[in-house]
Design a binder for this molecule. Structure first.
Ligand SMILES: Nc1ncnc2c1ncn2[C@@H]1O[C@H](COP(=O)(O)OP(=O)(O)OP(=O)(O)O)[C@@H](O)[C@H]1O
Ligand SMILES: [Mg+2]
Length: 386
């Protein structure tokens, strides 16, 4: 007789073993083409979970390059890695949610109640003030769209931005925020005012800072700027090589550029690192389309699988879609969705009469999107130069 098999309890790794490269590997399952930024984020996360001062991070970069995606993936990590469960009190919010625009008041308690909800669901039962505060003080706070809180917008003073930056900089430096809520006192839930210290929280802020590129470009190319500009060889659509001026924000960006953009120096001084998101090139766009968790292909696959159809996208077709998406580089990876939707909608609408469905040996149906199909659907010339 064998003893009944009891599943072994999951062995939790000590937190020090979740080293930055381990966290990096986990994060890049959902964020592609942002290696340098993910390295900085993984290091900050590692410090945070091992009880050091993590240092706050500001993510800057064009729309659709993955800033909000990084925030969502940190949350995923906290949810999926059992070792990180104690850190699940996390909030992702837009900067403008933290201000009462009519009264021009900073409202940190909105952030705190979001964290409180998480802390409560982590604890899973009515909690004492000490238990709640302990979890909340380890929170990770992601504040998105911080570029919308510039001190001036369109040449006009933006009072909301000033209030927000002042409020946030105090919080990030470490302050005490009060929160009125119910907690267990002698086994009974009673209203109390909690004092939550923000010094041990990790802040990750993000913003596209639209217009910054042009602003820095003007500064660098001004006749008396004293900056050296670079050139690079590029191959044109005709296959010929030519020399082109190369301008990458990362080559010239200085903190002062953000001051001119309308960010308060004292606010920026609270960040230990400013990370510039990489622009997504053709190869990364293709990878996001094929392997991104939230890619339009993944969503469409889920839709077809509900209909009992397996959707495949061949490699050439994926390249062609990425190439079309790259033409609208301002939208970053979001333009993949625009292009993909245009070509997949007719198939999603009526796959049965598309002529694309093939029965497989196991009885399921398969639809393969080929480059030919993409060209036809998008009205591209049949022999487009690639
Ligand atoms: N680096 C990336 N890796 C994987 N997916 C990405 C990446 N960048 C963008 N995406 C996909 O593109 C979409 C938009 O990305 P995201 O919301 O992260 O952009 P953003 O940088 O926050 O842009 P914005 O400044 O406009 O808010 C998401 O659906 C996401 O899945
Ligand atoms: Mg975003």
């Amino acid at each position: 007789m064998h003893a009944p098999q009891v599943p072994a309890p999951a062995v939790l790794r000590p937190l020090v073993e979740l080293a930055p490269p381990v966290l990096h590997t986990e994060l890049r399952k959902g964020v592609l083409g942002q290696e340098d930024v993910l390295r900085a984020v993984s290091l900050a996360l590692y410090k945070h979970i091992t009880g050091r001062v993590s240092g706050h991070i500001l993510l800057m970069g064009s729309s659709g390059t993955g800033k909000t995606t990084i925030m969502g993936n940190i949350q995923r990590l906290y949810r999926e890695l059992p070792e990180l469960a104690p850190f699940r009190a996390m909030a992702i919010t837009n900067a403008n949610m933290l201000v009462d625009a009519d009264r021009l008041e900073f409202r940190p308690e909105r952030l705190l109640s979001a964290i409180e909800q998480r802390a409560r669901s982590l604890l899973g039962r009515p909690a004492t003030a000490e238990e709640l505060v302990a979890v909340m003080e380890r929170a990770t706070i992601c504040i998105d769209e911080v570029d919308k809180m510039a001190t001036a917008v369109g040449g006009k003073t933006n009072p909301v931005g000033i209030v927000l930056q002042q409020g946030l900089l105090t919080m990030m430096e470490g302050s005490v925020v009060t929160l009125r809520t119910n907690v267990l006192v002698n086994g009974q839930e009673q209203p109390r005012t909690l004092e939550v210290r923000t010094g041990g929280m990790m802040f990750l802020c993000g913003g596209a800072f639209e217009g910054l590129y042009d602003q820095v470009y003007s500064r660098v190319t001004a006749p008396d700027s004293g900056e050296k500009t670079f050139s690079q060889m590029v191959r044109g659509a005709d296959g010929r090589l030519r020399i082109e001026a190369r301008f990458r924000l990362g080559d010239y960006f200085k903190m002062e550029d953000l001051y001119h953009y309308g960010m308060v120096p004292q606010f920026l001084a609270r960040f230990d690192s400013v990370q510039l998101m990489a622009d997504l090139d053709l190869a990364v766009l293709k990878e996001i389309l094929l392997f991104g968790n939230d890619s339009p292909l993944a969503r469409s696959r889920a839709y077809f699988s509900m209909l009992g159809v397996r959707l495949e996208l061949d490699d050439l077709a994926a390249g062609l879609i990425a190439e079309q998406a790259l033409k609208n580089a301002r939208a970053g990876a979001r333009s993949l969705r625009t292009v993909f939707t245009r070509l997949i909608q007719p198939l999603e609408y009526d796959p049965w009469n598309s002529g694309l469905l093939q029965p497989l040996a196991d009885g399921t149906l398969q639809a393969v999107i080929t480059a030919e199909y993409v060209r036809l659907a998008l009205g591209l010339p049949a022999s487009a130069e690639r």
